[in-house]
Design a protein around this ligand. Structure first.
Ligand SMILES: [Zn+2]
Length: 335
């Protein structure tokens, strides 16, 4: 299925955790976790509009510096989300550097930072490059149904999971999109143009057949903008369903965590999930509050994932990657 989303691990499976999601060929991108990510270039980071941080253990957050350094001179807002205490952690991290104040016609980078606690309460602050990344608090709020971002192209939900510290799990839902069928456009005597943007929105929002749409219609005197009923042109479009992706890492395996993951992630196209230990080391995994490959497979099966991408392999299995993958596969495919 064609999709506007391209999601990939930022590192090999033994490296720091993280997933990079790109929207469209020239579009923007978002990140799940900010570990060390030598595989991401400046161009990749400059596209990033949203960052979702599970928790701030160093392997999930040390990449924050590189993101800020790379983006400090760009304009616009990068939104970051994390668990309880996140805003202060960002403030301290930014406060450990000396910043030259940047005055580019009042523009420049703004970091919009939000933390979400296990009851859904949020606290937010903004840090602008032009003021040396000083903290400006934003009124507290509350998330509904776990939704922390609701954008024209995608929606992200989070849930607080149990690790040695509160840790967020995330689910991204790409919104349904309309695609133009070039052959139908021709057949209906329509000319491609900027009007297609609004028409696609009408398709996605399920406009009534008699709703007026401004289209460019070919006539004897050439193409002209003409108001036509939506029903006359709707065959020029087809709907593409959005994809669902989830990112789950650093959790202890228990019923409560499984239920919480299921509350945001079901019928997934891709589940990115940690697979830190082999089941033979399950007691050690429980102590460390990480998943074994078998446990990750149980979760993948419960959320009906169609594809599973494991990561966060423990260094103790260097050279034994195949065993981790095989154990996950067996558990996920078990009936
Ligand atoms: Zn970790």
């Amino acid at each position: 299925m064609e999709s506007a989303i391209e999601a990939r691990l930022v590192n090999p499976s033994f490296g720091d955790p993280g997933v990079y999601v790109k929207f469209g060929a020239r579009g923007r991108a978002l990140l799940f976790d900010l570990g060390d990510s030598p595989g991401l270039g400046a161009r990749d980071l400059l596209r990033v509009s949203h960052v979702f941080v599970s928790h701030t253990h160093v392997d999930h957050f040390i990449g924050f510096d590189r993101l800020v350094r790379t983006c400090a001179d760009r304009s616009g807002t990068v939104r970051l989300f994390g668990p309880s205490g996140f805003v202060t952690k960002v403030e301290r991290r930014l406060g450990s550097y000396t910043w030259d104040r940047r005055s580019r016609d009042g523009n420049g980078l703004v970091l919009g930072v939000t933390e979400i606690d296990e009851t859904g309460r949020t606290a937010s602050a903004e840090f602008a490059a032009r003021s040396g990344f000083a903290r400006t608090d934003v009124p507290a709020g509350r998330v509904e149904d776990g939704v922390i971002t609701d954008d024209a192209a995608f929606r992200v939900r989070c849930v607080t999971l149990e690790h040695r510290t509160p840790c967020l799990g995330f689910a991204l839902e790409e919104k349904a999109r309309a695609r133009v069928r070039a052959d139908a456009l021709d057949r209906l005597g329509l000319e491609a143009g900027a009007w297609l943007v609004d028409a696609k929105e009408a398709v996605v929002s399920g406009a009534a057949d008699d709703a007026p749409v401004l289209a460019t219609v070919r006539g004897p005197a050439g193409p002209r903008p003409t108001r036509v009923p939506f029903g006359d042109i709707k065959d020029a479009f087809e709907m593409l369903p959005g994809r669902k992706i989830s990112y789950v890492t650093d959790i202890v395996f228990n019923e409560a965590n499984l239920a919480r993951v299921e509350s945001i992630a079901r019928d997934l196209d891709i589940l990115f999930i940690e697979c830190v230990f082999l089941e033979a080391d399950a007691r050690h995994a429980a102590r460390k509050q990480h998943l074994t490959a078998r446990q990750a497979g149980v979760i993948a099966r419960a959320v009906r994932a169609r594809q599973v991408v494991p990561f966060h392999f423990s260094a103790r299995y260097t050279g034994r990657e195949a065993e981790l993958r095989a154990e996950l596969e067996r558990s996920w495919r078990a009936t």
